[in-house]
Design a protein around this ligand. Structure first.
Ligand code: UD1
Ligand code: CA
Length: 489
C-alpha cells in the first residue's frame, strides 16, 4: 500500500459566483456535509501528516467552518495573485518548511471524490516513481476543462486550459480533474517558475506539469472511469445532480450491507448515518445527520430523522424526530413529532398527533394519542390518556412533570407543571392537575357533573330534541344512577 502523504492541500479560495448565494460555495451541503467537509473526509482516508485548506473568498466563514470540522487543519490564506498554482504555493508556505515526500492537491468543491481513489492515486504515484501524477478522465463534453496533452509515446506532456487552447487541442476529450500527487520538493521548485502569462493572467498549477517534464522528471496520468468523482459544483443544478448521485451511492452501500430500502429514489440518507442489517426503510424517508438505526427497525413511510438514535426492532411511521432516542421495539407514529431530548424506552409507544420534548418516556410507557408531553418523566408502563397536555411553561420558565410507574392519566387532562404524580396513582379524565398525587391515590380535579331535569322541555319546546326526549321517557329510559336536580336553577 502507498505511504501516507505528508500533506493534503484542499483548494477552496475560489469565488463560486454561479451559485448566486450569500453562502460560500464550499459551505453548501449535500448528504449532511459541506462540500469542503466531503473533501476533508476523502483526504483523511489517506492519513496525511498535515491537512491544509486554502481560503480567500468569504475567508472568515470558510475558515471558521473548517476550524469547526477539522481543528487540526492549517488554514492557508491566498493573496491577491490568482490561480490554482498560487493557491498551492500559499498552502506550501503555510505548511512546515521541512515537508518532504508526497503532497496531494484536491478541490473543496468536488464532493464525490472518494478517499479510496486518492489512495490509488498515491499508490500509482509511488509505483511509477513519478514527480507528478495527475488524475484525468475521458469525458463526452470537455468544454471548460484543462486538456491533457500527450507526447508521441503517450506520456503526459502538458495541460492546456480551455482559454489558452488551440482549436485542435480543444478537441481532446481527456481532461484534467485538478487532483494530483506531487513530490513536494519538485512542486515547490516548479511553482517558482510558473508565470501569469496566459489568457486569464493567473498562476496555473497545471503549468507545473510541463516544467517538470522538461526537467526530465516523470509525469504520470491516473485515468479514472468514474466521472462523478471528478465533477465540481459550480451552480445549484450541479449541486442537486451530485447530491442525487451521492445519495444513490449511499443507499446502494447500505443495501449491499443488508438494509432494505424500498424506494431509493425517495429515500435520502446522509453520509454519516449508520443502519443495522435487516432494517427496512420505506419510501419518502430522510435519515439525516448522525442518525443511527438498529437492526430490524422499520422506518417510514415518510419519516424524517435528524441526529436520532433508533433501537433494534423499533417501528417509526410518518413522523419527524430531532435529537431523539427511540428505544428498541418502541413504536412511533403515525404523525408524531419528537423534539430534542426525547428518550423513548424499550417497547414504549408514542402515537398519533403526539408532540414530545425533553421527555423521558420509560420502558413500556404509552402516550398513544393527541398529547403534548414536554419536560416530563413518564414512568415504566404508565399510560397517558388521549388529549393530555403537560403544561410545562408558565410564560416565564419551564417546569418538570413526573408521572410515576404504572400510573394512569385519564384523557383530556392538563398537568400544570411542576407536578409529581407518584408511582401507582390515577388521575381522573378531564382533570386540571396542579398538586402532587401520592401513591395509590386518584386525583379528580374538575367540576362535578350536574343534570338538570326538564331543561329541554322548558327551553327547547317544540324541537326534535324535545320530541326524542318525550319518546325516550315514554319508553322508560332513565339513568337512575346519575344525580339530578329538580327544576334547573
Ligand atoms: C481547473 C484546472 C483545469 C481543470 C479544472 C477541473 C487550473 C489552471 N485549471 O480549472 O485544468 O480541468 O480545474 O475542475 O488549475 N482555486 C483557488 N484559488 C484560485 C483559483 C482556484 O483556491 O485562485 C480553487 C477553487 O476554489 C476550486 C479549484 O481551485 O476549488 C479550481 O478552481 P476553478 O476556478 O474551478 O478552476 P478551473 O478554471 O475550472
Ligand atoms: Ca471548476
Amino acid at each position: 500500500m502507498a505511504t501516507a502523504p505528508s500533506a493534503v492541500i484542499i483548494l477552496a479560495a475560489g469565488e463560486g459566483t454561479r451559485m448566486r448565494s450569500t453562502t460560500p460555495k464550499v459551505l453548501h451541503r449535500i448528504a449532511g456535509r459541506s462540500l469542503v467537509g466531503h473533501a476533508i473526509a476523502a483526504a483523511r482516508v489517506t492519513q496525511p501528516a498535515h491537512l491544509a485548506v486554502v481560503v480567500r473568498h468569504e475567508r472568515e466563514a470558510v475558515a471558521a467552518h473548517v476550524a469547526d470540522i477539522a481543528p487540526d487543519a492549517v488554514i492557508a490564506d491566498q493573496d491577491e495573485v490568482k490561480g490554482t498554482g498560487r493557491a498551492t504555493e500559499c498552502a506550501l508556505d503555510a505548511l512546515p518548511g521541512e515537508l518532504a515526500g508526497t503532497v496531494l492537491v484536491t478541490y473543496g468543491d468536488v464532493p464525490l471524490l472518494e478517499g479510496e481513489t486518492l489512495r490509488r492515486l498515491l499508490a500509482l504515484h509511488d509505483e511509477t516513481g513519478s514527480a507528478v501524477t495527475v488524475m484525468t478522465a475521458h469525458v463526452p463534453d470537455p468544454t471548460g476543462y484543462g486538456r491533457v496533452l500527450r507526447d508521441a509515446s503517450g506520456d503526459v506532456a502538458a495541460i492546456v486550459e480551455q482559454k489558452d487552447a488551440t482549436d485542435e487541442e480543444r478537441r481532446i476529450t481527456e481532461i484534467n480533474s485538478g487532483i494530483y500527487a506531487f513530490d513536494v520538493a519538485v512542486l515547490r521548485d516548479a511553482l517558482r517558475q510558473v508565470t501569469t502569462d496566459n489568457a486569464q493572467g493567473e498562476k496555473y498549477l497545471t503549468d507545473v506539469l510541463a516544467i517538470v517534464r522538461s526537467s526530465g522528471r516523470r509525469v504520470t496520468a491516473h485515468v479514472v472511469d468514474d466521472l462523478w468523482q471528478t465533477e465540481g459544483v459550480n451552480d445549484r443544478v450541479q449541486l442537486a445532480a451530485l447530491a442525487r448521485e451521492l445519495n444513490r451511492r449511499i443507499c446502494e452501500r447500505h443495501m449491499r450491507a443488508g438494509v432494505t430500502i424500498v424506494d431509493p429514489a425517495t429515500t435520502w440518507v446522509d453520509a454519516d448515518v449508520t443502519i443495522g442489517p435487516d432494517a427496512v426503510i420505506r419510501p419518502g424517508s430522510q435519515l439525516l445527520g448522525a442518525t443511527t438505526v438498529g437492526s430490524y427497525a422499520v422506518i417510514g413511510p415518510e419519516v424524517t430523522l435528524t441526529d436520532t438514535e433508533v433501537g433494534e426492532r423499533a417501528v417509526v411511521r410518518r413522523c419527524e424526530a430531532d435529537l431523539a432516542v427511540i428505544g428498541a421495539e418502541a413504536t412511533v407514529g403515525p404523525y408524531s413529532y419528537l423534539r430534542p431530548g426525547t428518550v423513548l424506552g424499550r417497547k414504549s409507544k408514542v402515537g398519533g398527533f403526539v408532540e414530545t420534548k425533553n421527555a423521558d418516556i420509560r420502558d413500556g410507557a404509552k402516550v398513544p394519542h393527541l398529547t403534548y408531553c414536554g419536560d416530563a418523566t413518564v414512568g415504566e408502563r404508565a399510560n397517558i390518556g388521549a388529549g393530555t397536555i403537560f403544561a410545562n411553561y408558565d410564560g416565564v420558565a419551564k417546569h418538570h412533570t413526573t408521572v410515576g410507574k404504572d400510573s394512569f392519566v385519564g384523557s383530556n387532562t392538563v398537568i400544570v407543571a411542576p407536578v409529581d404524580i407518584a408511582d401507582g396513582a390515577y388521575v381522573a379524565a378531564g382533570s386540571a392537575v396542579t398538586d402532587d398525587v401520592d401513591p395509590g391515590q386518584i386525583a379528580i380535579a374538575r367540576g362535578r357533573q350536574r343534570n338538570v331535569d326538564g331543561w329541554v322541555d322548558r327551553t327547547r319546546a317544540g324541537t326534535r330534541t324535545q320530541a326524542s326526549a318525550d319518546a325516550a321517557r315514554d319508553a322508560g329510559t332513565r339513568h337512575t344512577d346519575t344525580p339530578s336536580e329538580g327544576n334547573g336553577s
